[in-house]
Design a protein around this ligand. Structure first.
Ligand SMILES: Nc1nc2c(c(=O)[nH]1)N[C@H]1C(S)=C(S)[C@@H](COP(=O)(O)OP(=O)(O)OC[C@H]3O[C@@H](n4cnc5c(=O)[nH]c(N)nc54)[C@H](O)[C@@H]3O)O[C@H]1N2
Ligand SMILES: Nc1nc2c(c(=O)[nH]1)N[C@H]1C(S)=C(S)[C@@H](COP(=O)(O)OP(=O)(O)OC[C@H]3O[C@@H](n4cnc5c(=O)[nH]c(N)nc54)[C@H](O)[C@@H]3O)O[C@H]1N2
Ligand code: SF4
Ligand SMILES: [Mo]
Length: 715
């Protein structure tokens, strides 16, 4: 019930890619009194998940930083004023660069940046000002292969087609668990209900995953696939589709013959030997894709963050194109967003850079380097060594491979500046912490996720709560840090402040909402923030996805060359690996996500941390019996990169030879300031993952299919 003085407001949830519309009741005291899904929202249709209740918890969390911290002579972090902290941060960063060169500063942008309007409008400008080529982000522990493939096939790294789930007849999900994650590179709020609607239309869901996931459990068909072997299955599917003579690529699709030659060795039998998925099931799935009135294949973390990410993502696109499902209702489609960052050239189209990482020579893509190289760039002496780090909304010690090594490397740096509202495993090393306002205190519009949504809508979400008067938004921190940095650099003799920096300063001074308004007004639909505010809860409904090809392509001739060399040239490596036998007695480690976890943060939430512990290693009972390990005991898991000890749970849900550990756990490192998390069990899976092994084409991290050994922990 809405009590006296209570108010009902509508906002977007910014915690995951589903961008649900929420209906929030504010009590007379101005605090959140209730949250439910906004049933008037044309995209999310009333859906919400338990994480939404963490939003007010973040707001009230006593451990959330509200004022900047600077490390004092006593080695401790102390609260100080914004002016002191921002000036100190700017001097530290500029100082290291003055002494050791521009590239001595590394920047890491974490995941929440893509969920924040102000981060998207302001951080690119800030990062450019810093003039370092040591730019890293969570992209290279996540979806980099998707970007490489989209760039190669469609001419822009953000031309990412999404499954048209509301109209499809056959949905195939590979290494993706939307029942827990609510969809990824695919904004699909209320996946559970949409899946039910698919069933009631007579449609089918097929899942390929080495674990019988929450999504596999609601699928019509699930196949275990040995980690890292999906490429053989996907290539065999392509081969079967071509062999059937029923391929029906659109007229703007070229290169089909070259693909046919390239996939020739990848038979269904080869796929069975490599993956464990029966050859008949592979052939059956190919036939189903051809027979379905419409079908959509989507692959995510499990096929992105593994040894053959680019080939897998390429094969997914090739399958959709060859079965005639690319760009048609019920297939995979492109969006028509109200703010079209792709069409207007506001996002880099992508592309490999000539400059590679200094130590190992990993490739650069779209102006960033793979974060798997970050620790060695810090720890390896020589010209160009990284000696300072700026993190914004990230926790690379928890979220990148061999985080324990990065932890040591960050501790040894000359300067660490973090823009974050928590002292996490990474920010605990900071010399200066600049904490932004919470997600309920700022205006929001999803610049990124409207690009990836299953329906075209445009929703402006005004700040729910007044901004903490002494707090600063992310964008204000970027503005102040950027301007202070330019001042700190100006002391440097040979390079005066460039004229371009005046433009940058002007941009930094323009609020995100004002920038959004300009983008809306100058976009084709001629909208404005005012119109979106007036549109009411849920914003504007711009309708179901519509065919956009070939016009939307950004390739030179508005055509798709399926035989993209980035992928085709890597096929011999897939073939070679398909013949390899695993190390005797070895297991392959994969990751997982839970509905009540959110990457490495939100471990301080009461709503999310309650319930059964979720940190355990999952293993097949047969693999435990073979090692004399009992269910529930503590085990030692070791990889080439490190070792951890953790409880094990026996379950037939993981395929033999596979173990599964969730990521984002292990907050027990000293200096992490999270009251609740310090008592949570669990270890960081990234103390096992190996930065030395990266995806060959993109340099993306290999987080799934990591070889490990398992033994009972010594008592
Ligand atoms: N082994 C393994 N590793 C993985 C994954 C996996 O599946 N397995 N998943 C990978 C994936 S997909 C991702 S996206 C990454 C995520 O890894 P990261 O992006 O490095 O980290 P997060 O865990 O998202 O931590 C986000 C931090 O941002 C802060 N934060 C939240 N909101 C804001 C804000 O508005 N402004 C600012 N300034 N800070 C904010 C939080 O306090 C938190 O400290 O992890 C990757 N790592
Ligand atoms: N509740 C919740 N939701 C989230 C997040 C969260 O932390 N919590 N994080 C958000 C983010 S940043 C992202 S990127 C998305 C990710 O969303 P998802 O892609 O759904 O991520 P995961 O749950 O890591 O799913 C990866 C699946 O791949 C499987 N897998 C591992 N190796 C292989 C393999 O070799 N082949 C195949 N076929 N499968 C494999 C794993 O068993 C697992 O089920 O979720 C987003 N949503
Ligand atoms: S599904 Fe994602 S966007 Fe929706 S309420 Fe949950 S966390 Fe928020
Ligand atoms: Mo992610």
């Amino acid at each position: 019930m809405t009590g006296a003085g209570a108010a009902v407001r509508h906002v977007s949830c910014t915690l995951c890619e589903a961008m649900c519309g929420l209906e929030v009741t504010l009590g007379a005291d101005g605090r959140v009194a209730g949250i439910r899904g906004d049933s008037a929202d044309p995209l999310s249709r009333g859906h919400l998940c338990p994480k939404a209740f963490a939003l007010p918890e973040i707001q009230d969390d006593p451990d959330r930083l509200r004022r900047p911290l600077v490390r004092g002579a006593d080695g401790e972090l102390h609260e100080t004023t914004w002016d002191v902290a921002v000036t100190r941060a700017a001097e530290l960063l500029a100082g290291v660069q003055r002494e050791h060169g521009d590239d001595a500063l590394a920047v890491y942008l974490g995941n929440p940046n893509v969920h924040s309007l102000g981060a998207l409008t302001h951080h690119p400008t800030l990062v450019r000002l810093l003039r370092t080529r040591n730019r890293y982000s969570a992209t290279s522990v996540d979806q980099l292969p998707h970007h490489v493939v989209a760039w190669a096939l469609y001419g822009h790294q953000f031309l990412l087609p999404v499954p048209d789930i509301d109209r499809t007849d056959l949905l195939v999900l590979v290494g993706h668990n939307p029942m827990a994650s609510n969809g990824s590179l695919w904004t699909v709020p209320d996946f559970p209900q949409r899946r039910r609607e698919l069933a009631s239309r007579g449609g089918r869901l097929v899942v390929l995953d080495p674990r019988r996931t929450e999504t596999a459990k609601v699928a019509d068909e699930h196949h275990f696939v040995r980690p890292g072997s999906d490429a053989t299955v996907l290539l065999a599917l392509v081969r079967e589709v071509l062999a059937s003579g029923r391929a029906r690529p659109a007229p703007y699709v070229d290169g089909v013959e070259a693909v046919r030659v390239a996939v020739e060795p990848f038979t269904a039998e080869l796929a069975e030997r490599a993956s464990g998925m029966p050859a008949d099931a592979v052939r059956g799935l190919a036939a189903a894709l051809l027979d379905a009135r419409s079908a959509a294949v989507h692959g995510r973390m499990g096929v992105s963050t593994q040894g053959f990410g680019v080939v897998c993502q390429w094969a997914v696109q090739v399958l959709n194109a060859l079965t005639g499902n690319l760009d048609r209702p019920g297939g995979t489609m492109f969006t028509t967003p109200a703010v079209d960052l792709v069409g207007r050239g506001l996002l880099s189209p992508g592309g490999f850079s000539r400059r590679r990482t200094r130590v190992r020579g990993l490739p650069g893509f779209a102006g960033e380097l793979p974060v798997s190289a970050l620790a060695e760039e810090m720890a390896t002496p020589g010209a160009g060594q990284v000696r300072a780090l700026l993190t914004i909304a990230g926790n690379p010690v928890s979220s990148t491979p061999a985080g324990h090594r990065l932890d040591e490397a960050v501790a040894a740096l000359d300067a660490v500046v973090c823009v974050d509202m928590y002292l996490n495993e990474t920010t605990r090393h900071a010399d200066v912490v600049l904490p932004p306002t919470g997600p309920l205190e700022r205006d929001h519009y999803d610049l990124v996720f409207h690009l990836l949504a299953v329906r075209d809508t445009a929703r402006f979400s005004p700040a729910l709560l007044p901004k903490d008067p002494g707090g600063r938004h992310d964008w204000q921190i970027a503005r102040d840090l950027g301007i202070a940095y330019l001042a700190a650099r100006a002391g440097r003799p040979r390079r005066p402040v460039a004229r371009g920096s005046l433009l940058a300063q002007a941009r930094l001074r323009t609020s995100p909402t004002r920038q959004l308004d300009l983008l809306l007004r100058t976009g084709g639909a001629g909208l404005s923030v005012r119109q979106l505010r007036a549109a009411g809860p849920g914003g504007l409904d711009l309708g179901p996805l519509r065919p956009r090809l070939p016009d939307r392509l950004r390739t030179p001739h508005r055509s798709v060359d399926l035989a993209a060399s980035v992928a085709v040239d890597d096929l011999p490596r897939v073939l070679a690996a398909a013949g390899e036998r695993g190390v005797d007695g070895g297991l392959l480690l994969v990751g997982r996500r839970h509905q009540r976890d959110n990457n490495s943060w939100l471990h301080n939430s009461a709503v999310l941390t309650k319930g059964r512990p979720r940190h355990a290693l999952l293993a097949n009972p047969g693999d435990l019996a073979a090692r004399g390990i009992s269910d529930g005991s503590r085990v030692r898991v070791a990889s080439a990169a490190g070792a951890v000890e953790v409880e094990v749970t026996a379950t037939e849900d993981v395929m033999p030879g596979v173990v599964s550990l969730p990521h984002g756990y292990g907050q027990s490192r000293p200096g992490v300031r999270l009251a609740r998390a310090s008592t949570l069990p669990g270890v960081s899976v990234n103390d096992l993952t190996d930065p030395g092994v990266t995806e060959a084409v993109s340099g993306n991290a290999v987080l799934n299919g990591v070889p490990v050994t398992l033994e009972a922990a010594s008592p």
